[in-house]
Design a protein around this ligand. Sequence first.
Ligand code: IPD
Length: 274
Amino acid sequence: ELSEIKTYYEFILPKVLEAGKILLEAKNIKFKLKNNVDWDWVTEYDKKVESVLNKQIMEKYPGHCFIGEESQEDKIQLTDAPTWIIDPIDGTENFTRNLRLSCISVGMTINKIQVFGIAYNPFMDEMFTAIKGQGAYLNGERIFVTQQDDYTQSFFNYEIGMARVGEYFYNLYMFRLKHLIAKVMNIRSLGSSVLGLCYVACGRTDAYQCDGLHVWDAAAGTLIVREAGGYVIDPTGKEFDLLKPNFLATSTKALAEQLVAIEKEADKEMEKVT
Ligand code: IPD
């Protein structure tokens, strides 16, 4: 029910704003690798933001579920209970480099449906928000995707960080970029999946794509894109799945279909050659 959703949203919004100060005040950021891989970073600030928000939520709503990037140990399952889904710093590597393209992301599901999303970049003081069915906002002003439906004119933010993970992804991106770079207007790779989604929502880019993500990378941002009039699918062309969130987010369905078709061509070529 909308009033219940708004109660949770209004409870957490000032707390996210406050937690933004932790990022702004961070000095001498020390970072380390997680999970025995050489591309996934964490800092003491990721843990601090998550524990501050977790504590406040659990004190107020002890019956709710909590999924957080830094505290998740078990297999992730969504239940029907109100579930807070938090990425304390999305764009951690940007954060360690003072790139100012990072945000705190808070989403909620009830009955497994995304009901609100908040993404706050304290460095630019930009607060992206959406409540299901109520539109998307940036600092309180309504935002909309572009109406771009022509790939030749599209500004495409494509995250290729997974290339480090192994040969499959390395080849995948080599072939996809080969096909895309001459066809779309331009490509960027900005390093924050949540902001990547928000930037499609507010029309700064026309498309965003990323693979190998987790529920906390997607819970807030995909709702924000949809509420801004955008389109989210799995890049294979299948329906987007919050629990296996690879995504292509675009301003229009037509643009998504065109980009998926170009990538399928690239994948076919890769299969022939590799
Ligand atoms: C990362 C960022 C990045 C994406 C990675 C994510 P994190 O999130 O969103 O853009 O390419 O796959 O893990 O780890 O900084 O919260």
